[in-house]
Structures are given as C-alpha cells and as structure tokens.
Design a protein around this ligand. Sequence first.
Ligand code: ADP
Ligand code: MG
Length: 147
Amino acid sequence: MDMENSKVIETFSPKETFELGKRIGMEAKAGSVYTLIGDLGVGKTVFTQGVAEGLGISEPVNSPTFTILQVYDEGRLPFYHFDVYRIGDSSEMDEIGFEDYIYGDGVSFIEWANLIEDIIPKHHTEIKIEKNPEKGFDYRKITITEL
Ligand code: ADP
Ligand code: MG
C-alpha cells in the first residue's frame, strides 16, 4: 500500500465514525466512488449514515443487504449506497446497472467492495475500518486511501 495516499483516523464511538462520514459526505464530489472494507459489525453502515447526512439526506439509511442498492435523491448529489455482501459474483452487478451508477454523476458507496474487486474502477477512495480488541470495544481504526 502506498502510505503517501493514506490517512489513518482513530474513533472511539459510533458518533465519531458518523461524524467522519459526515465530513466526507460534505466534501464528496459528483462521480466519486468510495469502497468500504471491513468485517461484519465494524461500522461500515454507521460511516455511510454519516455520509448521507453530510450530503443532506434526511431519510434513514440502513444496510441495503437484501436489495444490493439503495438510491437517495434528496441530497446535494444523488447517493448510491451498495451493500454487496450477498452477491454471488461480479456478473450479478450487471443486472442492477452497476456501471451506470458508478460512472454516473452521483456519489457511490460500496460496502463489501472487496467481493467485487474486479469491477471497481481504478480511481476510487478506499475506506478500511478495523477493530482492535486491545484498544476497547468501541475503538475503530479507519484508513482512507486515495487510489
Ligand atoms: P457494518 O455495516 O460494518 O456491518 P454497522 O455499521 O452496521 O457495521 O454496525 C457497527 C456497530 O458497531 C454498531 O452497532 C455501532 O454502534 C458499533 N460501534 C461501536 N463503536 C463504533 C465505532 N467507533 N464506530 C462505528 N461503529 C461502532
Ligand atoms: Mg453494513
């Protein structure tokens, strides 16, 4: 990994992770793609909820695990929230028009993007969230890398 393009933020509560997401949402540009990498329950959705608020979306954002994609149009930019946890393989993404979204003018956030690595555009921002049991139950290390 190229450390020059990475920054590490540590959070100690869901609120802090939400606030970090909110900041990203406020700054996000049209057409940008973000991937969220991390185990179940690490905070990918909490982060995404912050992003949605930062974009000016007031309706509740939950994990779209059973629908793969949730589209929110009420914010500053269209927001495409993917959760590909239950995807079999990348070809299933064609069916929902994945490329039209990620190469469109909205902001795309993809939870479990590592499962469809082969169809993620080269230029994107990776957000990796990790726990560390030694640092407490609510500790998260969040590494943001521009790729
Ligand atoms: P994921 O989408 O990665 O499966 P969720 O965002 O749905 O995970 O859930 C994360 C859980 O971890 C929530 O219950 C949240 O309250 C809890 N949590 C505890 N500490 C943190 C933290 N620092 N950042 C984010 N979530 C945290
Ligand atoms: Mg989730």
